[in-house]
Design a protein around this ligand. Structure first.
Ligand code: FE2
Length: 377
């Protein structure tokens, strides 16, 4: 209907027709070279093939370049922006779901891709930033953190790039059923009682109901959504699955979900220190989690993850800025002197490169009235 020709395929017999084509606004035509002459300057089939091949190769190269590892300091600003953008996409999506509107899960695909890119460049940037949450925004921020942690974990497990992407997507949607929880339960400023807990447990079924009509949700993403509350000893929900009844991705998602919940500040509790949380999770892995997987998870975050606070033998307190080849000797930013009880002028120390000081334990920044947020920026 947009041009004066009755058919899209016709033989061009003279210049008059060419002028008519051009004046009707048509900018491109395909020439059937079996029925007529090609352009003299046209590429041969071989040249076209070669050109396509080169384009594909340069795209692969560009993608790889995107994933080229960089230092935490280089990735951290990009990761922070990505974290807040993704949080607002999730916030809007969950609000839509709450209003009964159709949820557009495909809008999350580019966010999941960016998360994967960030994780490949330097996973410690996004996982470090994930620690900084606000109580009110926890529900949304938790989804972004779980996406980053799942991608990091899957990468550590040498899973394919496609699976790394799918589990990131799974993290973003894994708690979507929470939109169906009553407000007074979802945002209760205290611990839930048994009845409220039972209602809260139905969020997994609600996620299923919301997502079952959605196209393009992978099995891996669904696994994260449906299994993150299952426990290997069968005490989880909604199905009480045991051991290998839960897939590896399902078991990984349980570890990530609990780790992020515990290391986050909530309306009823402060954030736990990452190193302490990992130690606790290792204890619980006799019952709740797959021990091998908890070990693998600790390996990918480091014993002292980026964003955690440590105490040195000298009494200095510092925030972990980056990992090194030795998990016990990360790069830190010293911010406080415990012995002298005063704030140090912030300075960086690469523990791997010195032999006069070492980490003796993790520390809780609240004990020293310290806010670590500015040090991760
Ligand atoms: Fe959940």
């Amino acid at each position: 209907m947009e041009h004066p020709f009755l058919t899209n395929r016709f033989i061009v017999k003279d210049m008059g027709v060419i002028q008519k084509i051009a004046s009707s606004g048509i900018r491109n035509v395909y020439i059937d070279t079996e029925r007529g002459k090609d352009l003299e300057t046209a590429r041969t089939q071989e040249e076209i093939h070669e050109h396509l091949q080169k384009t594909i190769e340069s795209e692969i190269l560009a993608n790889k370049k995107e994933h080229k590892p960089v230092a935490v300091t280089e990735e951290v600003n990009r990761a922070r922006k990505l974290y807040s953008e993704t949080t607002s996409v999730i916030r809007n999506l969950m609000k839509d779901a709450r209003l009964g509107k159709q949820v557009n899960v495909t809008a999350l695909a580019p966010m999941a891709e960016n998360i994967v890119g960030s994780v490949f460049r330097n996973s410690h940037a996004l996982t470090g930033i994930s620690r900084i949450k606000t109580k009110d925004e926890y529900t949304f921020m938790h989804c972004v953190s779980v996406a980053g942690l799942m991608a990091t974990f899957a990468k550590e497990m040498n899973m394919s790039d496609e699976i790394v992407y799918q589990v990131a997507m799974g993290g973003l949607i894994h708690d979507i059923g929470k939109t169906m929880m009553p407000d007074n339960i979802l945002n209760k400023p205290g611990k839930l009682d048994e009845d409220e807990m039972n209602i809260m447990r139905t969020h997994v079924d609600h996620s299923f109901l919301i997502l079952k009509e959605e196209k393009g949700i992978s099995e891996a993403a669904m696994d994260v959504t449906m299994r993150h509350h299952e426990r290997v000893d069968g005490t989880g929900y909604p199905y009480g699955l045991k051991g290998d009844e839960i897939s590896t991705i399902g078991k990984m998602s349980a570890i990530v979900d609990v780790y992020d919940a515990l290391t986050s500040v909530r309306v009823y509790k402060d954030a736990w220190e990452p190193t302490f949380t990992m130690r606790k999770m290792l204890e619980w892995s006799d019952h709740h989690f797959d021990k091998q997987l908890v070990h693998a998870f600790i390996r990918c975050l480091g014993i002292y993850p980026v964003g955690s606070v440590v105490e040195l033998e000298s009494g200095l307190i510092g925030v972990v800025l980056d990992q090194s080849s030795d998990l016990l000797k990360p790069k830190i930013r010293v911010i406080y002197n415990k012995k002298k009880k005063f704030r140090e002028m912030a300075h960086d120390v690469e523990l791997e490169k010195i032999d006069f000081d070492r980490i003796v334990s993790f520390a809780n920044p609240l004990d020293y009235d310290l806010d670590i947020t500015p040090y991760l920026q």
